[in-house]
Design a protein around this ligand. Structure first.
Ligand SMILES: [Zn+2]
Ligand SMILES: [Zn+2]
Length: 290
């Protein structure tokens, strides 16, 4: 076995239905799951019949397990499907609707029997990525996880996004997020304030990268470096240790280099690589793109 799935179990987690929990302490960087997708279809050229046909190719036991996964077809997906097959959703055979509902509720790169059971959090403790050398999706602990703690991933691109923006994207899965950052408590609201700040900083950084130089490029780079450093520090202190943190370090390295500060550029690059290493592992074949 090339993963550590013995460290997790599927269990009822308080008030949230089934979830994946750690049965032992899991150190940061552990490859908890490495799992091949079930349907193995190209997402870029995807048509509804491709999903149905891929399901038909599964073995009887795989079909059974597939159909046990959570099903949810949001309105947008139903409408898109109706348009594509030129048929009302309700007229589509029941089994096919179920296959499609499982697909859309569980698919990130493919549907995974184990990985797709991991719940969402806006401050996750696991990162998932497709490793093309292994032809598997890997799920890595991005910090130390205690025994009994729920294992979570972020379904959306939500690190530097506000609650409203995150919830909007989560509509696809049909649930209201109640993670520690989204909960309506003093602690939750405090965490959310930082996310609003991260969103604003993210917008500000984008502005500097658009060649809007007020007082020459050097001035812009100095400002951009400051913002990138602030974003990285905020993400770190908020426990947002996912791959986006490596992007922030990457930005800091880039602007340090532009300003001629080679030693700081190297330091930020080291930090970036440390994040990439625990998020995807040293055998990840596409390090450049991370
Ligand atoms: Zn949340
Ligand atoms: Zn991630």
């Amino acid at each position: 076995m090339d993963d550590a799935r013995h460290l997790i179990e599927q269990k009822e987690s308080q008030g949230k239905g089934l979830g994946i929990l750690a049965v032992q302490n899991i150190p940061c960087g552990t490859r908890i799951i490495a799992e091949a997708g079930l349907l193995r279809i190209n997402r870029d050229t995807l048509k509804v019949p491709d999903i149905i046909n891929a399901f038909k190719r599964l073995s009887p036991s795989q079909k059974k397990l597939y159909l046990e996964l959570h099903e949810y077809a949001c309105d947008a997906f139903r409408r898109a499907t109706e348009q594509e097959v030129n048929q009302d959703w309700e007229e589509i055979p029941k089994l096919h609707r179920r296959v499609l509902g499982v697909w859309v509720a569980n698919c990130f790169d493919d549907v995974f029997l184990l990985g797709s059971r991991i719940n969402h959090s806006c401050t996750p403790n696991v990162h998932f990525a497709y490793n093309s050398a292994l032809e598997k999706e890997t799920f890595h602990a991005i910090r130390d996880i205690r025994a009994g703690e729920e294992v979570t991933i972020m379904y959306i691109n939500g690190t530097n996004r506000t609650r409203g923006q995150r919830q909007d994207e989560l509509k696809k899965w049909g649930f209201q997020c109640n993670c520690p950052t989204c909960e309506d408590t003093p602690q939750g609201r405090k965490k959310e304030e930082k996310r609003v700040e991260l969103f604003k900083l993210d917008q500000e950084l984008a502005k500097y990268t658009c060649f809007h130089f007020e007082h020459g490029p050097e001035d812009s780079w100095k400002k951009a470096l400051k913002v990138a450093q602030r974003i990285a520090a905020l993400q770190k202190s908020e426990g947002l240790l996912d791959i986006e943190l490596s992007n922030s370090y990457h930005d800091a390295a880039r602007y340090s280099a532009k300003l001629g500060d080679v030693s700081m550029a190297l330091l930020w690059t080291e930090k970036k690589l440390e994040v990439v290493r625990y998020c995807v592992g040293v055998d990840y074949p596409d390090w450049q793109s991370e």
